[in-house]
Design a binder for this molecule. Structure first.
Ligand SMILES: *[C@@H]1O[C@H](CO)[C@@H](O)[C@H](O)[C@H]1NC(C)=O
Ligand SMILES: *[C@@H]1O[C@H](CO)[C@@H](O)[C@H](O)[C@H]1NC(C)=O
Ligand SMILES: *[C@@H]1O[C@H](CO)[C@@H](O)[C@H](O)[C@H]1NC(C)=O
Ligand SMILES: *[C@@H]1O[C@H](CO)[C@@H](O)[C@H](O)[C@H]1NC(C)=O
Length: 469
């Protein structure tokens, strides 16, 4: 079954290379050690419970709380008893203490029960401090709010996917933190803790992951996309003789990680939009229905006309299951969503799609919109009105590296490397964005792959560095 598919694809690629392109992309020659990736042991430093009675933990993950970037959602967990739900926050150099009260939500999963969250209302471009655990074990953190949306406000985002909780995950996060380009927020393309790979989806692994990433998520917002490891659909779990299955998908994600979906008119937390500085970011859900007439489809159709390229020139889409992938693993899993939405992306001048599910790859500017069942034109072609697809599912999870690639490298693939890493995208102004991918084995400032993006609306010229013809 697998071989048949592989051969068919190979053939189409060979034809394609004669007809459509003069030369292909780059497969990195980097030779990496192929060791198994192991999760960090439970007593690792990064998993420590913070000291103090019932101290708020996993705190603090923060994410944007509205459409425009003037609100922030703070979430945390207190494990023993319900702690204080009060959050105090204040602007730098200000004595005026602001207060917000959190709401608490519990959920059951197998034999696991837990969390608190609160929305803070803020001003643009300001440093705030905030305190949780008030009156018991107080913990104070800080964050910076984004600039008011506008076409020429520079903004730098980090990109991480499939992080997990292995030794490699820790190296990826450390590299991101030490990158001199200093990302101001993370666009996270899905697959968080991999709790679902443990017996009974051990939900303590969600807590442990929350403590591991707190050193970043408490200080800068992470914009969440759901991946397949957030599904947590497990109808057949048994305790002794009682069926304790979980028949509703996404329960741990929904309770632990909130998104500002309502402010963009979405009915579910899995798909939503935010503006952040010069960017309009649309988050899609690969594992919720997206066919015609579904809630996600109807929402997305109404979302594109809202994008004002004069206010937010950069239109970025996040999703988990990548559409253009030339690895053996998860090949063509994004195809049905591509068939539904690709034309919209082109018409509405999406600049770039960041996805996960497999490890590093960057596409050419390509589209496959000519394809229909009868014409047989099924190979993607270079298309300067189409976006670039970046696959960055290489955070370091315990499933290890996926290294088997389609050979020869298909022409739609500009660069690929099966190493762990992260990326940084620095939006400079309405026309230029600098993108760099960073391999974990290199120094923090070393780019393994780079590209200058030219804005599809303001500067629609060929930005593909591999096309020098
Ligand atoms: C994780 O990375 C941090 C920062 O580099 C380091 O202090 C810590 O010891 C690492 N922990 C493990 C278990 O690798
Ligand atoms: C949940 O089940 C696991 C194993 O199935 C067990 O180790 C753990 O102690 C249980 N937790 C609770 C709170 O019952
Ligand atoms: C688009 O944004 C610009 C700049 O903020 C504003 O002047 C203009 O009125 C907006 N256009 C629409 C159609 O809302
Ligand atoms: C936008 O940024 C690029 C890269 O830094 C620069 O070359 C270009 O001149 C800038 N454009 C404007 C209008 O400032």
């Amino acid at each position: 079954m697998k071989m048949g598919r592989f051969e068919g694809f190979y053939l189409s690629v060979v034809l394609n290379s004669f007809l459509l392109f003069c030369h292909g992309g780059t497969t990195s020659r980097y030779v990496r050690r192929l060791e198994a990736t192991a999760d960090m042991p439970l007593d690792s430093d990064v998993f420590c419970v913070p000291p103090g009675c019932n101290a708020p933990q996993q705190v603090l993950h923060i994410t944007q709380g509205d459409l425009e970037g003037k609100a922030l959602i703070v979430s945390w967990v207190t494990q023993k008893a319900r702690g204080s739900n009060l959050v105090l926050y204040w602007k730098e150099h200000s004595n005026k203490m602001l207060k917000a009260h959190g709401k608490s939500k519990k959920y059951n999963f197998y034999n696991y029960t837990v969390s608190d969250f609160v929305v803070l209302f803020l001003q643009y471009d300001t440093k705030y401090y905030y305190m949780v655990g008030v009156g018991q074990t107080e913990r104070t953190f800080w964050f910076l709010t984004p600039p008011k949306p506008g076409p020429d406000v520079p903004y730098t985002v980090g990109l991480i996917g499939e992080l997990g909780q292995s030794f490699d995950s820790n190296i990826t996060l450390t590299h991101y933190e030490n990158n001199p380009l200093k990302g101001q927020t993370i666009l996270f393309v899905g697959d968080f803790s991999y709790a679902d790979t443990y017996p009974n989806h051990d939900n303590n692994r969600w807590d442990i992951w929350g403590r591991f990433v707190e050193r970043s998520t408490a200080y800068q917002p992470w914009i969440w996309t759901v991946g397949n490891h957030e599904l947590d659909f497990a109808p057949r779990l048994l305790t002794l003789i009682v069926l304790q299955g979980e028949t509703k998908p996404f329960q741990p994600f929904k309770h632990r990680y909130r998104t500002p979906h309502r402010s963009s008119g979405s009915t579910e937390p899995f798909w939503y939009s935010i503006k952040r500085g010069p960017a309009y970011i649309i988050v899609l859900a690969s594992y919720s229905a997206y066919g015609k007439y579904t809630p996600q489809y109807m929402w997305l159709e109404q979302e594109f006309p809202k994008v004002n390229k004069t206010e937010t020139p950069w239109l970025i889409v996040l999703m988990h299951s990548t559409w253009y992938n030339s690895y053996d693993y998860h090949y063509m899993e994004g195809e049905t969503m591509r068939a539904m939405y690709e034309l919209w992306f082109i018409k509405n001048k999406v600049d770039v799609i960041f996805a996960g599910h497999v490890h590093g790859e960057r596409s050419e500017c390509i589209s496959n919109i000519a394809y229909n069942l009868v014409n047989g034109i099924c190979s993607p072609v270079k298309d300067l009105s189409a976006p670039v697809y970046i696959t960055i599912g290489d955070g370091g999870n315990l499933e290890g590296l996926s290294t088997i690639m389609t050979e020869p490298q298909p022409k739609y693939s500009a660069f690929r490397d099966a190493s762990f890493g992260h990326a940084i995208s620095s939006i400079k102004n309405r026309t230029h964005t600098y993108y760099g991918w960073h391999r974990n084995q290199d120094g923090c400032a070393v780019d393994g792959d780079t590209m200058w993006f030219f804005n599809r609306f303001w500067h629609p010229i060929d930005d593909s560095p591999d096309d020098d013809s």
